[in-house]
Design a protein. Sequence first.
Lengths: 285, 324
Amino acid sequence: MISLLESQNADGGWPYQQGGPSWTEPTAYALLALMTQEPASPPVGRGLAWLRALQRPDGGWPPQRAIRQSAWMTAVAALLGPVALGAARYRAAIAWIVRQSGADTNLPSRLRQLLLGAAEDDPGWPWFPDTSAWVTPTALSMLALRQAETRTDSQKIKSRLEAGTSYLLRHACREGGWNHGAARTFDIDAPAYPETTGVALLALSGRQSPEIAAACRWAREALPVCQSSEAESWLRLGLSAHGQLAEGVPAPPRPPRNVQNAALAMLASAALAGRSALLPEQKHA
Amino acid sequence: MPEELATTQRAIRRRDFLAAAAGASLAACARSHARRETKVSILRQTGYTQTLYGELRRALAEHRLQVRGKRVLLKPNLVEFDPLTPINTHPLVVAAALDAFREMGAQVAIAEGPGHRRNTLDMAEAAGYFATIPQFEKLFTDLNLAEVAEVRLERPHSRLKSVYLARPALACDLLVSMPKMKTHHWAGATLSMKNLFGTVSGGVYGWPKNILHWAGISECVADLYHTLPRHFAIVDGIVGMEGNGPIQGTPRAANVVVAGRDLAAVDAVCCQIMSIDPRKIDYLRLAIGDVPALVESVRQIGEALAAVRAKFRLLPAWQGIRLA
């Protein structure tokens, strides 16, 4: 079992793989996980200091220190909230997320973008700016905005959340659930993935639709045969958010193989114990 | 992460990248003017059996690679969890390459940065790598999560001016691209050159690495080919994929392993084995310019091409690349 405390780097951040350099994404997940247990511990303080120092002037976070571009991990950092990040930093992060949207690479979408300056009616979020929207960054951005929505009455946030919901529902796989975001290629249906299904279900908690019901069915079947710790954690988080996680399923989780997966496993366990760091209604103090 | 790679990463400096980029640029110039003869081996191999170890060792010996004491990085193609479909490079091919390069005195590591699924080690386990390759986890680096370096692209074909690549792929002395022989619904065929997408950092660009699609898939393949010049290719075509590859296609046994120093030459030969016209593969044309001259320059070793040709099924949209 990877220990989050032991894998923290001397600079305060966390690596993806123990011994590697600090990256934003595993640092934010490690902090979210540790804060479900001891929000005021010294490792959390050092981690938050590292993270705050890395925020870019545009309000977003880069993947790591050496990279001069904000990207999707801003949503994970924003989930830490205004108390941990500081109110001004948090506002800047939410504003950055609201400004991002994805577009399709296909010719009709590009023409539409060229002629009308708009890509899709309901754009999701990209991993990296100026590229297409995909399921995971859309779901993570929605989670961050859902928390922000409880703190501010912003029409822009509401509108982006509606657009994100619409994006996810439109990109569901025919068999139920979600893959990375390409449900059909050349008229052939593509299969769903457990990790993307889990994070999308989490982002859509509190909503009901045929796509969500199908995704829950798919996720319940996928969980007992899941082959990765990351996927297992997201499925547990997603299913429990919809009250669909059967007791006793599955058997002991698979061992996390990197720092981020260890943090996700902790977050899933905390959510099942009623301490979700990712949903606004259960947010820890 | 393997110790030798970690050490190299610490030692790598900006001027090393500039030198590598300059070298790649010169190599590109040289390639566009006169082509020297380049050897490509075709091994006939029916099934994933232990005979592959000896066959691959003998084939690599023909290429007289000077790798004693050098850092060799094997880069297979890992795409999905399912071990029953021909979607991933078969672990036995990687195990045989590991064995062969070690026997030549190289320090060998394995690395990959998948394009869609994040949990690479779990995927490698499901694909049979842990069961086939002793101490796989110690040998393996996830290129998506490894340290990165920004590499400026010299005279790029794509819209990218620079790209963040995984340092282990830049720091090794020989990058061995080990793809599965597959058709590809956006590029026609995915072989050793397209396999270089796995060196682009998912930790920076996400899953998929969609920036490469926006900048042009074929153009990016050509750019990466010139940016990572110290390479070798071993293509797993024992059972490849036809139709709607690289993920949803169907198995197609070609019963070959194809290997050589020049990824473009190896890919051109693989295309012909698949009954695809290499002149109609955009990334080959962009990277090389004169594809017929490339094909002319190939000195084939092992099986004759005509003896192993297989008609890989193509999607309707790709019928135009069929070899006449």
